[in-house]
Design a binder for this molecule. Sequence first.
Ligand code: ADP
Ligand code: NI
Length: 218
Amino acid sequence: MDRDKIIEPVERFVKSYLSEAETGHNWWHIKRVRNNALHICACEKRGDPFIIELAALLHDIGDHKIDPAADGPAMVRDLLGELGVENSIIEQVTGIMKEISFRDSFNEGHSKSPEFRIVQDADRLDAIGAIGIARAFNYGGSAGNEIWVPGVEPSQFNSKEEYVSTETTTINHFYEKLLLLKDKMNTKTASALAKERHEYMEKFLDQFFRECDTGKND
Ligand code: ADP
Ligand code: NI
């Protein structure tokens, strides 16, 4: 298997698959996640960069937000099989895809491979900081959610079912997910990057509430 010949057709497949996706989940998100992941891999000196790159490129294939009825891992198994990728690598990539989502983090506890930890951190970094703010408001707008509603408090979720079935405002999404991510990073490299991004979101929220006529709890 010639690894160099695999990445390019995979990129083409992903670009085409995500061509209609909401802009926070399109090819540019994938590209940032791949860059973050390879950067973390190089700094941590852990994980197989080929598996990390494939999983970063393919992690949103069949995602519920893009295509609720699709079986992403089956699509990826077909694609990588046709490209001649070894079965053991295909299994690692599809295994990462199945568990990377925030909604699946409520019942974590299994042992995670270095590749999984790195790609998950890379995806989570793209959910926070300036990019995270932009993506959240774009997603909220595309879902028809309110920016913020005085008196509607953030929820605390204990399960995947609660998380996916509760409607929220975009500002509340910061308290329900985005501000929690800095303490959920798997690697030291991502934790350090997350710290700055987290502080930037806190500044944004301070300013947001200062600019509102009413306080957060009115
Ligand atoms: P995952 O893709 O890890 O399952 P989510 O489904 O929670 O995670 O969301 C991925 C990204 O989509 C978030 O980081 C955020 O940018 C955006 N997003 C998801 N749900 C909301 C929401 N209710 N309000 C604003 N943005 C959201
Ligand atoms: Ni993603």
